[in-house]
Design a protein around this ligand. Structure first.
Ligand SMILES: C[S@@+](CC[C@H](N)C(=O)[O-])C[C@H]1O[C@@H](n2cnc3c(N)ncnc32)[C@H](O)[C@@H]1O
Length: 205
């Protein structure tokens, strides 16, 4: 069995993210992770929050292998088999009658490394699949109207747009407006290391 891919940044940010999750989440629940990537986040959170059940997902079939191997190596019984999911393929779950509801939908570092439409789909899908009182948590870099951008984020944004013109760091206020359209509102904003934000969203009203 070859070793799964490793992301140094996911390794650095998993504990700061967990620290905030502990503050904002109840002791137990069900979580859907969007864009699980290497699976390092879901592995860490599942180990540290053992009363939660985790459903990892990834758009790239090849990446599902990373998650499967990590979960198997860590012998985690509270992580379900990873599911292939492109947020833009709506509905996310084919049997609309059985549409599951999650207490947490977690998505790190996708909004800026996917077209804006993927972010809109994330918000729509989350509004559909959050349980009453459930939270969508997004993590990553954002620009904000009332804060000067960190030079590192400006450079990162430029490199993203050069790689793919549809990518780029999103303006937090634009995401808020799109979230309102989807029926979600920003509940909390947490400043995180390395000029990232962790945003907590819930149903509006
Ligand atoms: C930078 S990686 C982040 C991975 C992981 N969440 C982390 O923070 O380490 C961006 C992720 O977004 C995912 N992604 C891009 N477009 C997507 C889409 N349309 N639906 C679901 N995931 C998508 C990619 O497959 C990739 O895993």
């Amino acid at each position: 069995m070859s070793q799964p891919d490793f992301s140094p940044s996911a390794d650095r940010n998993k504990q700061p993210i967990l620290d905030v999750l502990r503050q904002v989440l109840p002791d137990r629940g069900t979580a859907l992770e969007i864009a699980s990537g290497t699976g390092q986040h879901v592995q860490w959170f599942a180990q540290q929050l053992p009363l939660w059940t985790w459903q990892p997902t990834e758009v790239h079939r090849g990446a599902l292998y990373n998650i499967e191997v990590r979960v198997a190596q860590a012998k985690l019984s509270n992580v379900l088999d990873p599911m292939q999911l492109d947020v833009r393929s709506e509905p996310w779950f084919t049997d609309a009658e059985q549409a599951p509801a999650f207490d947490l939908i977690f998505c790190a570092n996708m909004l800026h490394i996917a077209p804006w439409e993927a972010g809109l789909a994330l918000l729509r899908g989350s509004a559909r699949h959050l349980a009453p009182g459930g939270k969508l948590v997004t993590y990553g870099p954002y620009f904000e109207n009332d804060a000067p951008p960190a030079p590192s984020n400006v450079a990162f944004d430029q490199s993203l747009r050069e790689h793919d013109a549809s990518w780029g760091i999103r303006l937090r206020e634009d995401v808020e407006q799109a979230a309102a359209h989807a029926g979600l509102r920003l509940q909390a904003r947490h400043a995180m290391p390395a000029n990232n934000l962790l945003l907590v969203w819930g149903r509006a009203g």
